[in-house]
Ligand binder design. Structure first.
Ligand code: C5P
Length: 210
Protein backbone atom coordinates (compact mmCIF):
# COMPACT_ATOMS: atom_id res chain seq x y z
CA UNK A 1 0.00 0.00 0.00
CA UNK A 2 0.98 3.65 -0.31
CA UNK A 3 1.06 5.15 3.17
CA UNK A 4 1.39 8.87 3.91
CA UNK A 5 2.58 9.62 7.44
CA UNK A 6 3.00 12.93 9.25
CA UNK A 7 5.42 13.28 12.15
CA UNK A 8 6.72 15.66 14.75
CA UNK A 9 5.64 19.10 15.86
CA UNK A 10 5.02 22.17 13.75
CA UNK A 11 6.64 25.54 14.49
CA UNK A 12 4.66 28.74 14.32
CA UNK A 13 6.87 31.84 14.11
CA UNK A 14 6.55 34.83 16.45
CA UNK A 15 9.45 36.72 14.86
CA UNK A 16 12.50 35.53 12.83
CA UNK A 17 14.08 33.80 15.87
CA UNK A 18 11.19 32.75 18.11
CA UNK A 19 8.31 30.32 17.69
CA UNK A 20 5.44 28.43 19.35
CA UNK A 21 5.76 24.64 19.23
CA UNK A 22 5.33 21.54 21.41
CA UNK A 23 7.33 18.63 22.80
CA UNK A 24 6.70 16.16 19.97
CA UNK A 25 9.93 14.36 18.98
CA UNK A 26 8.79 12.59 15.81
CA UNK A 27 9.55 9.13 17.32
CA UNK A 28 6.05 7.76 16.68
CA UNK A 29 5.97 8.94 13.05
CA UNK A 30 9.46 7.49 12.47
CA UNK A 31 8.44 4.14 14.02
CA UNK A 32 5.38 4.06 11.75
CA UNK A 33 7.43 4.86 8.64
CA UNK A 34 10.09 2.21 9.43
CA UNK A 35 7.47 -0.44 10.23
CA UNK A 36 5.49 0.27 7.07
CA UNK A 37 8.63 0.10 4.90
CA UNK A 38 9.73 -3.16 6.62
CA UNK A 39 6.31 -4.63 5.84
CA UNK A 40 6.69 -3.82 2.14
CA UNK A 41 4.67 -0.62 1.82
CA UNK A 42 5.61 2.57 -0.02
CA UNK A 43 5.95 5.45 2.43
CA UNK A 44 6.05 9.23 2.18
CA UNK A 45 6.85 10.97 5.48
CA UNK A 46 5.90 14.61 6.02
CA UNK A 47 7.98 15.77 8.97
CA UNK A 48 7.99 18.93 11.04
CA UNK A 49 11.17 19.89 12.90
CA UNK A 50 11.76 16.49 14.58
CA UNK A 51 14.59 15.53 16.93
CA UNK A 52 15.12 12.05 15.42
CA UNK A 53 17.25 10.90 12.48
CA UNK A 54 15.09 10.37 9.39
CA UNK A 55 17.93 9.25 7.08
CA UNK A 56 16.56 5.66 6.88
CA UNK A 57 13.35 6.93 5.23
CA UNK A 58 13.77 7.29 1.45
CA UNK A 59 11.02 9.86 0.93
CA UNK A 60 10.83 12.68 3.48
CA UNK A 61 9.12 16.03 2.92
CA UNK A 62 10.19 18.51 5.57
CA UNK A 63 7.86 21.28 6.69
CA UNK A 64 7.86 23.96 9.35
CA UNK A 65 4.39 25.37 10.04
CA UNK A 66 0.89 23.88 10.19
CA UNK A 67 0.14 25.70 6.93
CA UNK A 68 3.18 24.05 5.27
CA UNK A 69 2.04 20.65 6.58
CA UNK A 70 -1.49 21.21 5.28
CA UNK A 71 -0.16 22.06 1.81
CA UNK A 72 2.15 19.03 1.77
CA UNK A 73 -0.65 16.67 2.89
CA UNK A 74 -2.98 18.13 0.25
CA UNK A 75 -0.35 17.63 -2.45
CA UNK A 76 0.41 14.01 -1.48
CA UNK A 77 -3.12 12.89 -0.62
CA UNK A 78 -4.10 11.72 -4.07
CA UNK A 79 -1.04 9.43 -4.14
CA UNK A 80 -1.85 7.52 -0.95
CA UNK A 81 -4.14 4.67 0.12
CA UNK A 82 -3.82 5.56 3.80
CA UNK A 83 -2.96 8.70 5.77
CA UNK A 84 -1.64 8.46 9.33
CA UNK A 85 -1.64 11.86 11.07
CA UNK A 86 0.87 11.23 13.85
CA UNK A 87 2.05 14.86 13.84
CA UNK A 88 1.38 17.01 16.88
CA UNK A 89 0.28 20.07 14.93
CA UNK A 90 0.63 23.27 16.98
CA UNK A 91 -2.88 24.35 17.90
CA UNK A 92 -2.32 28.11 17.82
CA UNK A 93 -0.09 30.56 16.04
CA UNK A 94 0.61 34.25 16.51
CA UNK A 95 -2.04 36.24 14.65
CA UNK A 96 0.74 38.43 13.27
CA UNK A 97 4.35 37.46 12.52
CA UNK A 98 6.81 40.26 13.36
CA UNK A 99 9.27 40.74 10.48
CA UNK A 100 12.18 42.00 12.64
CA UNK A 101 13.56 40.29 15.75
CA UNK A 102 11.70 41.69 18.76
CA UNK A 103 14.07 43.52 21.12
CA UNK A 104 14.20 42.15 24.65
CA UNK A 105 13.21 45.52 26.12
CA UNK A 106 10.42 45.90 23.58
CA UNK A 107 8.66 42.55 24.09
CA UNK A 108 4.87 42.65 24.01
CA UNK A 109 3.37 41.48 27.31
CA UNK A 110 0.64 39.61 25.43
CA UNK A 111 0.64 37.62 22.21
CA UNK A 112 -2.47 37.64 20.05
CA UNK A 113 -3.07 34.05 18.91
CA UNK A 114 -5.29 32.46 16.29
CA UNK A 115 -6.03 28.76 15.63
CA UNK A 116 -4.03 27.00 12.91
CA UNK A 117 -6.02 25.20 10.17
CA UNK A 118 -7.29 21.75 11.12
CA UNK A 119 -5.50 19.52 8.59
CA UNK A 120 -7.77 16.46 8.89
CA UNK A 121 -10.84 18.70 8.87
CA UNK A 122 -9.69 20.58 5.76
CA UNK A 123 -8.86 17.49 3.69
CA UNK A 124 -11.84 15.36 4.86
CA UNK A 125 -13.90 16.12 1.70
CA UNK A 126 -11.11 14.60 -0.45
CA UNK A 127 -10.95 11.37 1.62
CA UNK A 128 -12.69 9.10 -0.89
CA UNK A 129 -11.94 5.45 -0.08
CA UNK A 130 -8.66 6.28 1.68
CA UNK A 131 -8.05 5.10 5.22
CA UNK A 132 -7.55 7.98 7.69
CA UNK A 133 -5.83 7.36 11.04
CA UNK A 134 -5.48 10.03 13.72
CA UNK A 135 -3.97 10.30 17.18
CA UNK A 136 -5.53 11.67 20.36
CA UNK A 137 -2.99 12.64 23.00
CA UNK A 138 -4.96 13.23 26.17
CA UNK A 139 -4.29 13.90 29.84
CA UNK A 140 -7.79 12.98 31.03
CA UNK A 141 -10.99 11.18 29.86
CA UNK A 142 -8.83 9.34 27.31
CA UNK A 143 -11.37 6.97 25.79
CA UNK A 144 -14.23 9.49 25.75
CA UNK A 145 -12.12 12.25 24.19
CA UNK A 146 -10.56 9.92 21.62
CA UNK A 147 -13.96 8.44 20.65
CA UNK A 148 -15.34 11.95 20.22
CA UNK A 149 -12.42 12.89 17.92
CA UNK A 150 -12.83 9.65 15.90
CA UNK A 151 -16.32 10.82 14.93
CA UNK A 152 -15.64 14.59 14.74
CA UNK A 153 -12.59 14.11 12.49
CA UNK A 154 -14.27 11.39 10.35
CA UNK A 155 -11.46 8.92 11.04
CA UNK A 156 -11.41 5.17 10.46
CA UNK A 157 -9.10 4.62 13.41
CA UNK A 158 -7.87 6.78 16.28
CA UNK A 159 -4.92 5.97 18.50
CA UNK A 160 -5.80 7.05 22.03
CA UNK A 161 -2.62 7.93 23.86
CA UNK A 162 -2.45 8.73 27.59
CA UNK A 163 0.12 11.53 27.80
CA UNK A 164 -0.41 12.26 31.50
CA UNK A 165 2.18 9.54 32.31
CA UNK A 166 5.94 10.13 32.10
CA UNK A 167 6.35 6.84 30.15
CA UNK A 168 3.84 7.77 27.47
CA UNK A 169 3.56 10.36 24.75
CA UNK A 170 5.87 13.21 23.81
CA UNK A 171 9.61 12.37 23.81
CA UNK A 172 9.04 8.95 25.43
CA UNK A 173 10.02 5.58 23.83
CA UNK A 174 6.75 4.01 24.98
CA UNK A 175 3.05 4.86 24.76
CA UNK A 176 0.11 3.91 26.95
CA UNK A 177 -2.32 3.50 24.10
CA UNK A 178 -5.27 1.72 22.58
CA UNK A 179 -6.73 1.65 19.05
CA UNK A 180 -10.33 2.83 18.70
CA UNK A 181 -12.64 2.25 15.71
CA UNK A 182 -16.33 2.96 15.27
CA UNK A 183 -17.22 -0.73 15.17
CA UNK A 184 -15.66 -2.18 18.34
CA UNK A 185 -15.72 -1.33 22.04
CA UNK A 186 -12.33 0.25 22.92
CA UNK A 187 -9.93 -1.98 24.85
CA UNK A 188 -8.04 -0.76 27.91
CA UNK A 189 -4.85 1.21 27.10
CA UNK A 190 -1.67 -0.90 27.22
CA UNK A 191 1.92 0.29 27.75
CA UNK A 192 4.00 -0.64 24.69
CA UNK A 193 6.98 0.59 22.71
CA UNK A 194 6.33 2.98 19.83
CA UNK A 195 7.56 0.18 17.50
CA UNK A 196 4.96 -2.24 18.89
CA UNK A 197 2.25 0.38 18.56
CA UNK A 198 3.37 1.19 15.01
CA UNK A 199 3.14 -2.55 14.17
CA UNK A 200 -0.43 -2.73 15.44
CA UNK A 201 -1.45 0.39 13.49
CA UNK A 202 0.14 -0.78 10.21
CA UNK A 203 -1.40 -4.24 10.61
CA UNK A 204 -4.80 -2.68 11.19
CA UNK A 205 -4.37 -0.62 7.99
CA UNK A 206 -3.39 -3.81 6.09
CA UNK A 207 -6.49 -5.58 7.41
CA UNK A 208 -8.63 -2.84 5.86
CA UNK A 209 -6.71 -3.10 2.55
CA UNK A 210 -6.44 -0.52 -0.25
O1 C5P B 1 -7.88 17.66 18.25
P1 C5P B 1 -6.51 17.09 18.32
O2 C5P B 1 -5.43 18.08 17.96
O3 C5P B 1 -6.21 16.38 19.61
O4 C5P B 1 -6.51 15.95 17.20
C1 C5P B 1 -5.39 15.21 17.00
C2 C5P B 1 -5.38 14.62 15.60
O5 C5P B 1 -5.72 15.63 14.64
C3 C5P B 1 -3.98 14.15 15.23
O6 C5P B 1 -4.10 13.04 14.37
C4 C5P B 1 -3.39 15.38 14.55
O7 C5P B 1 -2.32 15.02 13.69
C5 C5P B 1 -4.59 15.95 13.82
N1 C5P B 1 -4.57 17.43 13.71
C6 C5P B 1 -4.79 18.00 12.46
N2 C5P B 1 -4.76 19.37 12.35
C7 C5P B 1 -4.56 20.15 13.42
C8 C5P B 1 -4.39 19.58 14.70
C9 C5P B 1 -4.39 18.19 14.79
O8 C5P B 1 -4.99 17.29 11.48
N3 C5P B 1 -4.53 21.47 13.29
Amino acid sequence: MKILITAGPTREPIDPVRFISNRSSGKMGLALALTAIERGHEVALIAGPVSVDLSAIPRVITVETADDMLHAVRRELEWCDALVMAAAVADWRPAEVIAEKLKKNNMPRNLQLEPVPDILGTIAPAKGSRIFVGFAAETGNLLEEASRKLVAKKLDLIVANDVARPDSGFESDTNMATLITASAKPGAPVLMTKQELAGRIVQWIESRGP
